[in-house]
Design a protein around this ligand. Structure first.
Ligand code: NCD
Length: 357
């Protein structure tokens, strides 16, 4: 069977067909109401979530299936020190498909190694969040009628925001898109993603001011400054209020701008934007449910097919330098690496690896 660890696990054609299925589900929900009858989703959320967890669970129920799981690490055996590998071995016995959210980057990849059922990454640390990206792509597609030739502004916490990381990789696969990054200097995009965009010749520019960048955008993707990923509370407090979108700033934007946000918002979109026809963020959450339904149907269909996981190689005296990576956190995870763009990267979190001679 196959897993969804990153959006790039899907081809462009597969994404297109998922969007078509999602739109058909929205139009004719009754056609799908028994599609996954008697199937169980294990909803393994080691980190808080509202939309992602509830939309996965609603998606399975609307497909006729059922849900088991937990909503926080505190209510799982992780508090007793159980590894991701062991949790997965257990869940193999109880469920038909897994949606996993985990604070450690690469944790769903470890789960996929031990799973006998499909694993869907529901967000791993600051790494990626492919199903949010599927929701985002459908939202853009419905509003713009295309996923190419767009100027996309991404504003806020580009360093820690996993939704941004997945969206940028996904949109870079469509021709003619360009990016405008709007963030404080402390929260700019990780280098591995900048390298990826340069390699693909995707034009991008960095701004430190939202109002100055707004007028040329087709899509504006707002994000929250992620308190839980900061080690330093003072830096968080200083950055929290920067880059707020309000109705007055929106006056300078295109009439058909699509304003998106993965939610939850804190204060980065003022409530006076909510009634503007350009505000797409609540619809985006609904699109997320339909895309997750389409995705689970596809993953369940792949059971019995051979889909080898992308492989890494061990490299002697080398380790991942990211303390948030699952390979730094769980002793039993074997450090594995890939070589990309002339650099050695961790297989799990895609971060830089370091030689420890
Ligand atoms: C995001 C997440 O958890 O990564 N929310 C979501 O899944 N819709 C964004 C966030 O927490 O800021």
């Amino acid at each position: 069977m196959r897993h969804l660890l990153n959006t790039t696990d899907l081809t462009i054609n597969e994404i297109q067909s998922l969007m078509e299925t999602a739109m058909d589900i929205a139009a004719h929900p009754e056609k799908y109401q028994d599609a996954l009858k008697r199937k169980k989703l294990a909803s393994l959320f080691f980190e808080p979530s509202t939309r992602t967890r509830l939309s996965f669970e609603a998606a399975m129920i609307e497909l006729g299936g059922q849900v088991i799981g937990f909503a926080s690490a505190a209510s799982s055996s992780a508090t007793k020190g159980e590894t991701v590998a062991d949790t997965t071995r257990m869940v193999n016995c109880y469920a038909d498909i897994i949606a996993m959210r985990h604070p450690a980057e690469g944790a769903p990849r470890v789960a996929a190694e031990y799973a006998k059922i499909p694993v869907i990454n529901a967000g791993d640390g600051s790494h990626c969040h492919p199903t949010q990206t599927l929701a985002d792509l459908l939202t853009i597609y419905k509003h713009k009628g295309k996923l190419e030739g767009l100027t996309i502004g991404v504003c806020g916490d580009l360093k820690y925001g996993r939704t941004v990381h997945s969206l940028l990789s996904a949109m870079a696969r469509y021709p003619g898109n360009q990016y405008i990054f709007i963030s404080p200097e402390e929260l700019t995009l990780p280098q591995y993603l900048k390298d990826e965009l340069s390699l693909k010749h995707v034009p991008w520019a960095e701004f430190t001011d939202l109002a100055g960048a707004l007028y040329e955008l087709d899509v504006l993707y707002m994000t929250r400054v992620q308190r839980e990923r900061f080690t330093d509370e003072a830096t968080f407090t200083r950055l929290e209020d920067d880059f707020v979108l309000n109705r007055a700033k929106l006056n300078g934007a295109k009439g058909d701008l699509c304003v998106m946000h993965p939610l939850p918002r804190v204060n980065e979109i003022a409530a006076d934007v909510d009634d503007d026809p350009r505000a797409c963020y609540f619809e985006q959450a609904l699109n997320g449910k339909h895309m997750r339904m389409a995705l689970m149907l596809k993953m369940m269909d792949s059971i019995g097919e051979a889909w080898p996981l992308p492989e890494g190689e061990p490299i002697e005296n080398t380790r991942c330098i990211n303390p948030k990576c699952i390979s730094s956190q769980e002793r039993d995870v074997k450090p594995l690496f890939t070589r990309r763009e002339g650099k050695v990267r961790c297989l799990y979190c895609e971060g830089d690896a370091k030689s420890i001679h």
